[in-house]
Design a protein around this ligand. Structure first.
Ligand code: NAD
Length: 313
């Protein structure tokens, strides 16, 4: 199948990620069959799209008509068989190898031979997931960052059997929905973005555990320090600007002092065990009482939109 022939997109999963991903495809003009296993999940997903689009409209990034028309292209369903007509599928259900493999195995039995199948898994092996389908050459990772409708980057991850043509087509589909794709050239757990983030979170939690800084101080150090540059310059560009001789001495001497935790992080394990899961449970490193959770998410999206505008100038 040629790229121009791709009209119908299937999105599986209507949670945090599926909502933004279904929205992106619909706003780009695709007819989206949006599959989820529960009706309540789909209701929440549709409410999420309305909420996301409200903020986009408020900032002038989307008109009311565009929002209405794109929502009309979203076709929610509880029937997996409705994905049979899809030319391209973005799977974003629960992060569980058995659940995802089961989903792809069922889909494989009903979908068109030319369909391209992608998964938004954060760390599962693409090659292992591809074992569930009969045409692994048409299977790849397409990994979005949260919030999917606002963060431009996506990672395209080929498995062992993925064809070059599939990689090209997935890259092009990503561009069509306004994303900035990079290819992950070797299949490693966590790809590029999840690994970089995990390395920073490991050290951040370590510094809090060791009493070097509070959570709030760590976040300020990133927001008003390191992160100020990261929206515009990558860490390796920053190293070039600072001087590689300096970075060489600093990393060589500092590396032995950095966290080398191999398993779960003590503080994170404790927070999770006590039900502090972050915004979704009303508390995490910080407290989110009452309507604070919704406010934090709205603030995040409004600020990201402003940053996108600055970056596009
Ligand atoms: N949350 C993030 O920041 C983030 C970022 C990048 C990638 N991901 C990945 O995206 C995927 C989804 O994550 P999420 O945060 O949106 O999860 P979520 O729990 O918010 O949503 C999962 C959705 O899938 C549905 N679902 C679960 N099992 C299903 C099944 N067998 N068939 C159909 N629907 C099913 C659930 O009802 C729910 O609507 C995961 O693979 C995750 O690792 C998440």
């Amino acid at each position: 199948m040629d790229l121009e022939q791709i009209r119908r997109v299937g999105v599986a999963g209507a949670g945090t990620m599926g909502t933004g991903i279904a929205q992106l495809f619909a706003e780009a003009g695709f007819h989206v069959t949006w599959y989820n296993r529960s009706a309540a999940g789909l209701e929440r997903g549709l409410a999420g799209v309305r909420r996301n689009q409200g903020i986009l409209m408020e900032s002038g990034a989307l008109t009311a008509e565009e929002a209405r028309e794109s929502r009309a292209r979203l076709n929610p369903t509880l029937e997996l068989s409705d994905l049979a007509s899809a030319d391209f599928v973005a799977e974003t259900i629960v992060e569980d190898l058995d659940a995802k493999s089961g989903f792809f195995r069922s889909l494989d039995g009903i979908c068109r031979p030319g369909v391209i199948l992608t998964t938004n898994t954060s760390w599962l092996s693409i090659s292992r997931l591809a074992n569930a389908v009969s045409r692994p050459e048409r299977f790849a990772g397409l990994h979005f960052l949260n919030p999917a409708h606002l963060v431009p980057l996506v990672e395209v991850i080929p498995g062992e059997a993925t064809s070059d043509r599939t990689v090209e087509m997935v890259m092009e589909m990503a561009r069509r929905i306004g994303r900035r794709p990079i290819v992950v050239r070797k299949e490693v757990p966590g790809y590029v973005t999840v690994r970089l983030q995990a390395a920073l979170v490991r050290e951040a939690v370590h510094l809090v555990e060791e009493g070097v800084a509070t959570s709030a101080e760590i976040d300020v150090a990133v927001k008003d320090g390191l992160g100020m540059r990261w929206a515009l310059l990558g860490p390796l560009e920053i190293a070039d600007l600072g001087g590689l001789d300096v970075f060489n001495i600093v990393t060589r001497n500092l590396n032995p002092h950095l966290s080398a935790a191999r398993g779960g992080l003590r503080l994170l394990e404790t927070l999770v065990a006590s039900g502090r899961l972050g915004v979704k449970s009303g508390a995490g490193f910080y407290e989110y009482a009452g309507d604070e959770s919704a406010k934090v998410l709205d603030d995040r999206d409004r600020r990201l939109l402003k940053l996108l505008r600055v970056k596009s100038e």
